[in-house]
Ligand binder design. Structure first.
Ligand code: ZN
Ligand code: ZN
Ligand code: ZN
Length: 181
Protein backbone atom coordinates (compact mmCIF):
# COMPACT_ATOMS: atom_id res chain seq x y z
CA UNK A 1 0.00 0.00 0.00
CA UNK A 2 2.66 2.45 1.00
CA UNK A 3 4.86 1.29 -1.88
CA UNK A 4 3.02 3.29 -4.48
CA UNK A 5 3.30 6.40 -2.33
CA UNK A 6 7.05 6.03 -1.94
CA UNK A 7 9.31 9.01 -1.72
CA UNK A 8 10.72 10.38 -4.91
CA UNK A 9 13.68 12.43 -3.80
CA UNK A 10 14.94 14.74 -6.47
CA UNK A 11 11.48 15.07 -7.94
CA UNK A 12 10.77 18.13 -5.89
CA UNK A 13 12.14 21.60 -5.61
CA UNK A 14 14.06 22.36 -2.46
CA UNK A 15 12.79 25.07 -0.14
CA UNK A 16 15.68 27.26 -1.14
CA UNK A 17 14.85 26.80 -4.81
CA UNK A 18 11.21 27.66 -4.17
CA UNK A 19 12.08 30.75 -2.16
CA UNK A 20 14.72 31.82 -4.65
CA UNK A 21 12.29 31.24 -7.47
CA UNK A 22 9.61 33.23 -5.72
CA UNK A 23 11.86 36.25 -5.36
CA UNK A 24 12.63 36.12 -9.04
CA UNK A 25 9.05 35.51 -10.08
CA UNK A 26 7.47 38.20 -7.92
CA UNK A 27 6.62 40.25 -11.02
CA UNK A 28 2.89 40.87 -11.62
CA UNK A 29 1.04 38.19 -13.52
CA UNK A 30 3.42 35.42 -12.66
CA UNK A 31 2.21 32.66 -10.38
CA UNK A 32 4.31 32.15 -7.28
CA UNK A 33 4.27 29.13 -5.01
CA UNK A 34 1.10 29.34 -2.97
CA UNK A 35 -0.07 27.52 0.07
CA UNK A 36 -2.34 24.80 -1.34
CA UNK A 37 -3.94 22.78 1.45
CA UNK A 38 -6.77 21.42 -0.66
CA UNK A 39 -4.97 20.49 -3.83
CA UNK A 40 -6.85 22.87 -6.11
CA UNK A 41 -5.75 22.65 -9.66
CA UNK A 42 -3.86 25.65 -10.90
CA UNK A 43 -2.94 26.81 -14.36
CA UNK A 44 -4.70 26.39 -17.66
CA UNK A 45 -8.27 25.16 -17.55
CA UNK A 46 -8.74 26.64 -14.10
CA UNK A 47 -9.81 24.82 -11.01
CA UNK A 48 -12.27 21.97 -11.10
CA UNK A 49 -11.98 21.38 -7.40
CA UNK A 50 -9.85 18.84 -5.63
CA UNK A 51 -10.36 15.13 -6.18
CA UNK A 52 -8.78 14.28 -2.87
CA UNK A 53 -7.47 16.05 0.17
CA UNK A 54 -4.34 15.28 2.09
CA UNK A 55 -2.84 13.30 -0.72
CA UNK A 56 -5.85 11.10 -1.14
CA UNK A 57 -6.31 10.22 2.50
CA UNK A 58 -9.49 12.26 2.59
CA UNK A 59 -12.16 12.62 -0.05
CA UNK A 60 -12.95 16.06 -1.39
CA UNK A 61 -16.13 16.03 0.68
CA UNK A 62 -14.03 17.13 3.66
CA UNK A 63 -13.50 20.49 2.07
CA UNK A 64 -17.11 21.58 2.42
CA UNK A 65 -19.14 23.53 -0.08
CA UNK A 66 -17.10 26.71 -0.07
CA UNK A 67 -14.09 26.84 -2.35
CA UNK A 68 -11.32 29.11 -1.30
CA UNK A 69 -7.70 29.77 -1.85
CA UNK A 70 -5.01 30.64 0.60
CA UNK A 71 -3.25 33.85 -0.42
CA UNK A 72 -0.16 33.24 1.67
CA UNK A 73 3.15 32.01 0.32
CA UNK A 74 4.47 28.57 1.14
CA UNK A 75 6.42 28.16 4.38
CA UNK A 76 7.20 24.49 3.93
CA UNK A 77 6.10 21.17 2.51
CA UNK A 78 4.10 18.81 4.68
CA UNK A 79 2.40 15.47 4.46
CA UNK A 80 0.08 13.39 6.56
CA UNK A 81 1.76 10.39 8.15
CA UNK A 82 0.14 7.67 10.25
CA UNK A 83 1.68 5.79 13.15
CA UNK A 84 2.11 2.40 11.50
CA UNK A 85 5.45 0.89 10.53
CA UNK A 86 5.79 1.50 7.64
CA UNK A 87 3.44 4.48 7.85
CA UNK A 88 0.89 5.54 5.26
CA UNK A 89 1.88 8.84 3.77
CA UNK A 90 -0.17 11.41 1.93
CA UNK A 91 1.17 13.50 -0.88
CA UNK A 92 3.31 16.49 -0.10
CA UNK A 93 1.38 19.69 0.37
CA UNK A 94 2.86 23.15 0.13
CA UNK A 95 1.53 24.99 3.18
CA UNK A 96 1.79 28.27 5.03
CA UNK A 97 2.33 28.15 8.80
CA UNK A 98 -1.27 29.23 9.37
CA UNK A 99 -2.55 26.17 7.59
CA UNK A 100 -0.01 23.92 9.22
CA UNK A 101 -1.52 24.95 12.57
CA UNK A 102 -5.09 24.69 11.31
CA UNK A 103 -4.72 21.31 9.65
CA UNK A 104 -2.71 20.01 12.58
CA UNK A 105 -5.58 20.95 14.87
CA UNK A 106 -8.61 20.06 12.83
CA UNK A 107 -7.72 17.37 10.34
CA UNK A 108 -5.19 15.11 11.98
CA UNK A 109 -7.70 12.37 12.41
CA UNK A 110 -7.72 8.65 11.93
CA UNK A 111 -5.83 7.14 8.98
CA UNK A 112 -8.47 5.87 6.47
CA UNK A 113 -6.30 3.09 4.95
CA UNK A 114 -5.67 1.76 8.48
CA UNK A 115 -9.35 1.79 9.41
CA UNK A 116 -10.29 0.18 6.09
CA UNK A 117 -7.37 -1.85 4.72
CA UNK A 118 -7.89 -3.88 1.51
CA UNK A 119 -8.93 -7.02 3.44
CA UNK A 120 -11.55 -5.07 5.39
CA UNK A 121 -12.78 -3.26 2.28
CA UNK A 122 -13.24 -6.57 0.47
CA UNK A 123 -15.10 -8.02 3.46
CA UNK A 124 -17.24 -4.91 3.69
CA UNK A 125 -18.28 -5.37 0.06
CA UNK A 126 -18.98 -9.09 0.58
CA UNK A 127 -21.16 -8.26 3.61
CA UNK A 128 -23.12 -5.73 1.53
CA UNK A 129 -23.55 -8.34 -1.20
CA UNK A 130 -24.68 -11.02 1.26
CA UNK A 131 -27.16 -8.60 2.83
CA UNK A 132 -28.56 -7.82 -0.62
CA UNK A 133 -29.05 -11.57 -1.17
CA UNK A 134 -31.04 -11.83 2.09
CA UNK A 135 -33.23 -8.90 1.06
CA UNK A 136 -33.82 -10.35 -2.41
CA UNK A 137 -34.69 -13.80 -1.01
CA UNK A 138 -37.16 -12.33 1.45
CA UNK A 139 -38.78 -10.20 -1.24
CA UNK A 140 -39.06 -13.27 -3.43
CA UNK A 141 -40.77 -15.17 -0.63
CA UNK A 142 -38.06 -17.80 -0.28
CA UNK A 143 -38.42 -20.49 2.37
CA UNK A 144 -37.29 -19.85 5.93
CA UNK A 145 -34.45 -22.33 5.59
CA UNK A 146 -33.05 -20.62 2.51
CA UNK A 147 -33.29 -17.18 4.13
CA UNK A 148 -31.69 -18.51 7.33
CA UNK A 149 -28.80 -19.87 5.30
CA UNK A 150 -28.26 -16.47 3.68
CA UNK A 151 -28.44 -14.74 7.07
CA UNK A 152 -25.83 -17.17 8.41
CA UNK A 153 -23.57 -16.14 5.52
CA UNK A 154 -23.89 -12.48 6.58
CA UNK A 155 -23.18 -13.43 10.21
CA UNK A 156 -20.10 -15.40 9.19
CA UNK A 157 -18.70 -12.48 7.20
CA UNK A 158 -19.47 -10.06 10.03
CA UNK A 159 -17.59 -12.31 12.43
CA UNK A 160 -14.59 -12.21 10.04
CA UNK A 161 -14.76 -8.40 10.12
CA UNK A 162 -14.79 -8.44 13.92
CA UNK A 163 -11.76 -10.72 13.74
CA UNK A 164 -9.91 -8.18 11.58
CA UNK A 165 -10.56 -5.51 14.20
CA UNK A 166 -9.59 -7.76 17.13
CA UNK A 167 -6.35 -8.73 15.43
CA UNK A 168 -5.58 -5.07 14.78
CA UNK A 169 -5.54 -5.48 10.99
CA UNK A 170 -8.31 -2.89 10.76
CA UNK A 171 -7.45 -0.33 13.40
CA UNK A 172 -7.65 3.33 14.25
CA UNK A 173 -4.33 4.97 13.67
CA UNK A 174 -3.57 8.63 14.36
CA UNK A 175 -2.51 10.84 11.47
CA UNK A 176 -0.13 13.70 12.06
CA UNK A 177 1.02 16.48 9.80
CA UNK A 178 4.76 16.18 9.37
CA UNK A 179 7.21 18.51 7.66
CA UNK A 180 9.03 16.97 4.72
CA UNK A 181 12.74 17.46 5.20
ZN1 ZN B 1 -2.30 28.73 3.80
ZN1 ZN C 1 -2.24 4.25 8.20
ZN1 ZN D 1 -2.17 2.19 11.32
Amino acid sequence: MSGQMADRPGGYLTDAAIRGGMNKLAAPGIIVARCNPFGHGVGRGGDRGPKHLMGGLYSAAYEGAKKWYCPRPVDGRYRMVCQCDPPHRGQEMPLCYGHVAQIGRRMSGVCPPCVMPPAALELHQRINGAQAVVTALMRRGASREVVAQAVAEVDGLSAMMTELVLRGIAHKCQLTLTEVS
